[in-house]
Every structure is written in structure tokens, then in C-alpha cells.
Design a protein around this ligand. Sequence first.
Ligand code: PNS
Length: 169
Amino acid sequence: MSNKRIAVYPGSFDPIHNGHLDIVERCLPIFDELVVGVLGNEAKRPVFSVAERVEMIREEVAGLSGCKVESFSGLLVDFMEEIGARTIIRGLRAISDFEYEFQMALMNRRLNPDIETVFFAPREEYSYLSSRLVKEVYFLGGNLEGLVPGRVLARLAEVKDERKVGEAE
Ligand code: PNS
């Protein structure tokens, strides 16, 4: 196995927002390679397909050396084994995140004791941001300037037009 320090930043990223990108930039200097791992779980009924999410993230991290974007399904620890990664990166926004994150970290450690989870605090202005809120605010007509990359806003607009998301059913 190589000695490269490979970390995985896993998530749904439906869609990626500036809080996620802030975490990516914070951990890149610490690892040789960072793989943003996009969970392909259609059971969560994402707005964007896994291929669309991967493409959107690739566009945003294109200028960042050492950062890759891949999709995965099944157990995170199995995906990490496949790519030789030993560290899970998660953003920790508020106390409310803690319980879920702690459960996942300990379960992942039980599944593979060689894997550690490392938490990063985002910039304060993103500390309340979530993909769920991004979608809700966008489709209800709210302003997301400064919270989501322009290209992601454009994709949300396409989805709104195509699927008429947000209109009464
Ligand atoms: O952005 P999210 O939805 O909070 O990310 C959750 C994610 C993708 C990190 C988590 O659901 C996950 O790792 N899923 C893969 C399946 C798995 O390994 N489950 C056991 C986790 S303890």
C-alpha cells in the first residue's frame, strides 16, 4: 500500500454549497489527496442525480490540486479500502450535528478500526448552512447569494424550470 495520506470527504452533496467547499479547502493542505465521495443513494430522493452532483463538484474543485471527486455506494469503509484512504473528513456545524456524527464515527471505527474520522469547523458564516436549507430557500424564491457557487445556482434554476419544483402539485 502507498504511504500517501488519502482522506475522504463523504456526503450527499445535493447540492454542494460554500460550507462544503470551505471544508475542502481547509483539509487539502493536511492530506496528500482528498477524495470527495458522493453517496449514490437514490432512496434519499435527491434533486440531482449522482452523476450531476459529481459533475457539479468537479467544476467547483477543478483548480484545487490533490482533490478528486468520486461516487460510491454501499459502505463508506469499503469504498475507502478500495482507494486506500484512512481518514474520513466531516464538517461539524453545530451541537445538533454532534450526535449523528459521533454515531457515524464510532460505527465506522467499529467497521474498520484503522479508519479515523476528523471533524472540521466551517467558517462562521456557513455554520448554519445545509443542502436541505439551500434547496428549500431556493425553491421558495429566497436569495442564496454568497452561500452557493454561481454554477450551482444556475443548475438549481434549470431544475426549477424542467421539473417545476416548488410549484403546488
Ligand atoms: O451528507 P450526508 O447525507 O450527511 O452524508 C452521510 C454519509 C454519506 C456520510 C453517510 O450516510 C454514509 O457514509 N453512507 C454510506 C453508507 C455507510 O457506510 N453507512 C454506515 C455509516 S456509519
